[in-house]
Design a protein around this ligand. Structure first.
Ligand code: FAD
Ligand code: NAI
Length: 463
């Protein structure tokens, strides 16, 4: 007799959600987690603490920089209490991770505390004990990709976890990698007073996003005070006391120079967590990128062993992991689960936010699709004008023949909220005309999406 119907390894958004759904569907379920608290990267050292600091630092900047004074809200003697800001972040994280523990108890998911390793294709070892299960799901997530020559000490050279817990505001922070983490956490410390330099290997920041969005984002970030050095690679770092000296050179090679910093954030991507799992004992194989490949039913090359989230191919996003967790649990229970991987929104929580779903213009053209593009600037949106947050635009890409929406790209203060409508529209196979003829409340930022959809046929009203 197996101990469990399902053992899930990892309690991040992929694993904890899968475990809860499996238990809801009547499976006797355990979830193995080696951290002190549940919730994985996202709740402990990712999505939640970063958003807590992004929110708090935005409030500070608004009060400190005179933005509030512009609206007649005078704040005299504004000062930063970083310890309090960090304490409020810790509180939010604690409430949310504690919430998962409550949900485990409520749904009778057993938490096996410790590091799991496969003993065979249907058993795992945790803290010296062996547990068997009919099905096992790998949801072990990802960790920071190291940069050779730049050793993270979590004091002067930090990764995202260190950058979320700095005890004081650095004078000069150098961010290696102009991706999502670099720009979000760079924004936090810039708002709190640091001078921030972003060193990006490629010739533009935010790889994978629509080219116009990348260009506009770089313009806005530079206006905010970021120094952005694209086409540049870091070749080494030396730490002396509380300072680091980075050696950089053009990505294509050339004359090297040095940059001094009191904090260096390494954010060049993340890689799947598979070390120490003894996958060989179960027969699970990895692809060339170290990821676990799965079929449409989330089974690996070994029947009965499933995988979801960051450890599998695709965007490393919490909501992608969650949706996969639910679908995989449904397959484990004999049902059919569905995730539409063509409609996974992405959001960068800077100010303004940057959000997208579906194909970029470049991807659509590379696929040989005939497309129409509609764009609408936030400058012409009445609510954005009223709120004085007019940076950015909405861009809708539709199929030229069918008018079906293929992609939506937004830079706007509320882009992360606005993109949900675009994702829903695409999930239902909407045309740009469908969005254009949907009544949108006035005055809202969301009207910019309606106008961008109208612009696909060249007929926006307010432009
Ligand atoms: P994880 O959340 O990484 O969870 C895996 C868990 O498995 C971990 O808790 C780990 O301890 C455990 N584990 C691993 N191996 C074992 C083992 N052998 N035995 C037992 N336990 C094990 N995504 C978003 O969508 N929105 C955001 O705003 C966002 N912000 C982020 C900010 C930062 C700074 C970072 C680093 C990431 C952010 N992400 C964000 C990405 C998001 O955190 C991940 O995509 C998501 O957590 C992946 O979920 P997962 O369940 O696959 O893995
Ligand atoms: P990323 O892939 O977003 O960006 C890494 C950047 O580093 C890229 O621009 C890349 O070109 C650059 N780079 C790579 N090697 C380099 C080098 N040697 N020198 C200089 N630049 C180099 O990865 P990031 O920011 O580390 O984030 C990891 C993952 O976490 C992402 O996949 C993202 O999905 C997820 N995440 C999501 C968030 C969100 O949804 N808001 C927030 C934070 C992270």
């Amino acid at each position: 007799m197996a101990n469990y119907d399902l053992i899930v390894i990892g309690a991040g958004p992929g694993g904890y959600v899968a475990a809860i759904r499996a238990a809801q569907l009547g499976l006797k379920t355990a979830c193995v987690e080696s951290r002190e608290t549940l919730g994985g990267t996202c709740l402990n050292v990712g999505c939640i603490p970063s958003k807590a600091l992004l929110h708090a630092s935005e409030l500070y900047e608004e009060a400190h920089s005179g933005v509030l004074a512009k609206f007649g809200v005078n704040c005299k003697g504004v000062s930063l209490d970083l310890d309090q800001m960090q304490a409020e972040k810790v509180k939010a994280v604690g409430e949310l991770t504690g919430g998962i523990e409550f949900l485990f108890k409520k749904n009778k998911v057993e938490w096996l505390k410790g590091q799991a390793a496969f003993a065979s294709a249907n058993s795992v070892e945790v803290a010296g004990k062996t547990y068997t299960a009919d099905k096992i799901m790998i949801a072990t997530g990802s960790s920071v990709t190291p940069l050779p020559g730049v050793v993270v000490d979590q004091k002067v050279i930090v990764d995202s976890t260190g950058a979320l817990a700095l005890p004081k505001v650095p004078k000069h922070m150098v961010v290696i990698g102009g991706g999502v983490i670099g720009l979000e956490l760079g924004s936090v410390w810039r708002r709190l007073g640091a001078e921030v330099t972003v060193v990006e290997y490629l010739d533009q920041i935010l790889p994978g996003m629509d080219a116009e969005v990348r260009k506009e984002a770089a313009k806005i970030f530079k206006k905010q005070g970021f120094t952005i050095r694209t086409g540049t690679k870091v070749t080494g770092a030396a730490v002396k006391g509380s300072k680091a000296t980075l050696t950089v050179e053009p990505a294509a090679g050339g004359v090297s120079e040095t940059i001094e910093a009191d904090c260096v954030l390494v954010s060049i991507g993340r890689r799947p967590n598979t070390d120490g799992l003894s996958l060989d004992k179960a027969g699970v194989t990895l692809n060339a990128r170290g990821q676990i490949e799965v079929g449409h039913d989330f089974q690996t090359n070994v029947p009965g062993i499933y995988a979801v989230g960051d450890v599998t191919p695709g965007p490393m996003l919490a909501h992608k992991a969650e949706d996969e967790g639910i679908a995989a649990a449904e397959f484990c229970a004999g049902l059919t689960g569905i995730v539409n991987h063509d409609v996974i929104p992405g959001v960068v929580y800077t100010m303004p936010e940057i959000a997208d779903v579906g194909l970029t213009e470049e991807e659509a053209k590379a696929k040989g699709l005939d497309i129409k593009v509609g764009k609408f600037p936030m400058m012409a949106n009445s609510r954005a004008k009223t709120n004085r947050d007019t940076d950015g635009f909405v861009k809708v890409i539709a199929d030229a023949k069918t008018d079906r929406v293929l992609g939506v790209h937004i830079i706007a203060s509320l882009a992360g909220t606005m993109i949900a409508e675009a994702a829903l529209a695409m999930e239902f196979g909407a045309t740009s005309e469908d969005i254009a003829y949907t009544c949108h409340a006035h005055p809202t930022h969301a009207e910019a999406l309606k106008e961008a959809a109208m612009a696909v046929t060249g007929k926006p009203i307010h432009m």
